[in-house]
Design a protein around this ligand. Sequence first.
Ligand code: ZN
Length: 430
Amino acid sequence: MLIRGGRIIDPSQGIDEVGSLLISEGKISWRGETPPQPDYDVLPAEGLIVCPGFIDLHCHLRQPGFEEKETIATGTRAAARGGFTTVCCMPNTNPPLDNRATIDYIKAAAAKEGIVRVLPIGCISKGRKGEELAEMGELASAGVIAYSDDGSPVRSSHLMRQALEYSRAFSLPVIDHCEDTALSEGGQMNEGILATQLGLRGIPAAAEEIMVARDLTLARLPGARLHIAHVSTEGSVELVRRGKEKGIRVTAEVTPHHLTLTEEEVIGYDTNAKVNPPLRTKRDLQALIQGLRENVIDAIATDHAPHTEMDKRCEFALAPSGISGFETALGSLMRLVHDGQLALTTLIAKLTGEPAKIINYDQLGTLKIGTPADITIFDPDKEWVVDTKTFASKGKNTPLAGSVLKGKVMATIYEGKLVYKDDSVKIEVR
Ligand SMILES: [Zn+2]
């Protein structure tokens, strides 16, 4: 297939130019202005952006154990609609992904039912209980790309230290859900005046920052690799910045919702705006964007957390946390580009080459010749209304339902195969 005449942006090679790409046998085989011979199907990309397929370091596919919320089949279809060709799934399933059999199961299910690449993350502790380390060597040889107890923090400093120590042998990062539950327990939203007005118990910024500070201290261990998940506060950005300045091997991610929405979404008690860590203030949001611009924050990850409608249809305090994020990620992030807060190439780098580096995959997140043809094609200016009925995800839980976003994925190609296209894209068959 030939992708014709798009604006090709590949930050990993410093490319931003109008041209065409040729795909053969699942790989990118040619890039240039005038294609060799017209002997292939053509995807007309004039006026569209053509970039490496997005990589999501943090999502919840819910399988096994919570198939009513999402499955590998529905989750990867939602990912494809969002422009993601690689998704890293968190191990807080039932059973949790803490041994070889569960990782083998995810890989087999992904090969059979998935339509994009699924890379599993293994647990830090057995059963995610925070008591005893999981078999990290066994998990590494089974093919996990990182370790995390996401959904729960690792309370014990000793256990976190051990995890950072052992993970070095496999050169894999530890992905850190930073939350001091002694401070966050019972919390429903960001702590502040608004929480008081709404009568909801707050979660202070300190609940996150104390853990970020602790684990940066532990990560001084030579060779350890710490990755901070879903950074949400100005203070955390500051701590990661100082950690990097001191030479600690730390990376960090931020979600589209923490970059674009504030605690005010909770006014009206919309349970779809309940998320952990909570949506914060305008000031935090500005610090997060600044952190991205200055490469204090390395990657954007969705933390796609689907729930059923029944899960969320209850009083605020009882609702589970999480936002269904794959299918609105690009559209909401493009607001930052349209507002002049983030350069388009920076946004693309944070969704492609940068996350690839964190998981040590130099063949992904790039359009280099010979690499897998994982390609996302989007219209930066197309306006569309978020209609959760059209979601491929089982999770319709988003505070963005009904809102207008500007910027839409038009086609997603995974290993040379078209796994999603907008109805308006017409393939010219040879
Ligand atoms: Zn988390």
